[in-house]
Design a protein around this ligand. Structure first.
Ligand SMILES: O=C(O)C(=O)C[C@H](O)C(=O)CO
Ligand SMILES: [Zn+2]
Length: 278
């Protein structure tokens, strides 16, 4: 388990490229036949990926030990979105078929969560976020058709995109976790510009659907103290509450956002005008 400490904005603005990457970028989300796990002290979000190719993978009991509990979800909830081939997730006695761009919410208290792929030539890639939880809400599979879509932006400003809200109060109840998948249209390169912060929630962005030649310049920092991170395919960025989070790709891409914190109000954003950015 990788641990990332919280970071003050006054400290973050002094960092050079490699230090910014060490604090905010998660470079490897998927590894064959295992899971990755990064534990952030910011709102205690856990971020990672599970990529079962041959056989199944569970997020093991040693994670429970590191969290000071007896199993992973004893005091946590989990959101998963599959960006790979068809897969299955077994939660205790129930099996969920989770296809490409389908999601599963697992409530606090699930003891066994086991991931597998249906075709080892096209393995599932389960991206996940997990957050501390105070009660148990029912497990639920969410298809793309059941997600709440919002298409915004304009081709003329290169930011036409659909925000598919999978794990949000309109779709199901969770303790604090919200997650969704934003798809840029062909020719659109910018996400979340004009940008925003939300003091009341932190956010994690996971960029994918990119070839080896593509990079996203992810914008971060306080609105008047911006920095950028060069992000490649299947890498994630931790965005503290004080930071903007926006990006522009050298080609189109897709990303998953996940938020935890004080509220679950998607539109509760402190918008920043482009001419106010520095
Ligand atoms: O394309 C976008 O804009 C987003 O997907 C924005 C994120 O969902 C976000 O930052 C929510 O606070
Ligand atoms: Zn945001």
């Amino acid at each position: 388990m990788q641990v990332r400490q919280s970071i003050h904005s006054d400290h973050a603005k002094q960092l050079d490229t490699s230090e910014l990457r060490r604090e905010f970028l998660i470079e490897k989300i998927f590894e064959r036949n295992t899971y990755t796990i990064t534990y952030s002290h910011i709102d205690r979000i856990i971020v990672g990926g599970v990529m079962p190719v041959e056989g199944s993978v569970s997020i093991g009991d040693e994670v429970g030990k590191q969290l000071g509990v007896s199993y992973f979800l004893e005091r946590r909830e989990l959101g998963v979105i599959n960006i790979g081939g068809p897969g299955q997730i077994v939660v205790d006695d129930t099996t969920y078929d989770i296809g490409h761009e389908e999601a599963l919410y697992v409530g606090k208290g699930a003891r066994q969560v086991e991931f597998s792929s249906l075709d080892s030539d096209k393995p599932a890639k389960f991206y996940y976020n997990s957050a501390p939880a105070h009660t148990t809400f029912p497990n639920k599979k969410i298809t793309l058709a059941e997600a709440s879509p919002q298409t915004i932006g304009d081709a003329a400003t290169s930011n036409r995109r659909t925000i598919n809200k999978f794990i949000v109060p309109d779709v199901l109840e969770t303790c604090q976790l919200t997650m969704g998948l934003t798809k840029l249209e062909q020719g659109s390169l910018w996400n979340t510009m004009p940008c925003h912060t939300h003091e009341r929630r932190m956010e994690v962005y996971f960029y994918f659907d990119m070839d080896d030649e593509t990079a996203v310049f992810h914008m971060m920092g306080q609105p008047q103290e911006t920095r950028h991170l060069l992000v490649h395919n299947e890498q994630a960025v931790i965005s503290p509450s004080w930071s903007i989070h926006a990006g522009v790709g050298t080609q189109r891409y897709t990303f998953i956002w996940g938020m935890v914190g004080e509220n679950q109000v998607f539109d509760d954003m402190d918008h920043v005008k482009v001419n106010e950015l520095r």
